[in-house]
Write a protein that binds this ligand. Structure first.
Ligand code: FE2
Ligand code: FE2
Length: 200
């Protein structure tokens, strides 16, 4: 796996701090992001940096995430209060800029919203988003995700599309939310609505 100097340096620092299982997940996401960004002709270095940084605070326990969000002055959505793990996106972006010196706003925004996606996501952010949802272990655990990966690759008979893959993912999550009576984060709904309007 080759990479730009920035994501490699970030990986070294993160590997020393994060649990092994999380480092392994991040490695799989970086690897798939690289593959998707290359296939779609994107800025591979930018996409890799988004992937490398996306789960920086994923191992922090839920109650601590809420505490940190309040301390940072974030407006905590009621869904985030009930499902605090969503806060690892915003808090990861903040920590990445404050403690790891990442300044590229495209990277920070992509990481901020990586749980739900965002209507203003660029292509590199979509590559990271999709890779995070369908890295091999996640497809193994939930085989329905294979259709998302197929849409992002050129393996399902249609032109490969990261946004179509993201919409399929949000559809699956929406179905699951209805079936299991789970809340849907408002940004996931805004993102899905945006993709529905833009992908035909
Ligand atoms: Fe995450
Ligand atoms: Fe992740």
């Amino acid at each position: 796996m080759t990479g730009g100097p920035e994501d490699v340096a970030l990986r070294r620092r993160m590997a020393a701090e994060l649990p092994d299982g999380l480092v392994a997940h991040i490695d799989r996401v970086v690897s798939l992001t690289d593959r998707l960004a290359t296939l779609h002709g994107l800025d591979v270095g930018l996409a890799r940096l988004m992937a490398q940084g996306h789960d920086l605070v994923r191992a922090i326990p839920p109650a601590e995430l809420v505490k940190r969000a309040v301390a940072q002055g974030l407006t905590v959505d009621p869904v985030e209060r009930d499902v605090p793990v969503i806060l690892h996106g915003p808090l990861g972006a903040l920590e990445l800029s404050e403690r790891f010196g990442v300044t590229d706003q495209r990277v920070l925004d992509a990481i901020w919203w990586h749980t739900t996606g965002h209507p203003e996501y660029g292509s590199e952010a979509w590559a990271m988003f999709v890779a995070d949802k369908v890295e091999p272990h996640k497809v193994e655990r939930w085989p329905a995700l294979q259709s998302v990966l197929d849409a992002a690759l050129d393996t399902d008979g249609q032109a490969a599309s990261l946004e179509r893959a993201a919409l399929l993912y949000l559809d699956l999550r929406q179905d699951e939310a209805v079936r299991d009576r789970l809340q849907v984060h408002p940004m996931a709904t805004l993102t899905r609505n945006y993709l529905l309007r833009h992908i035909r």
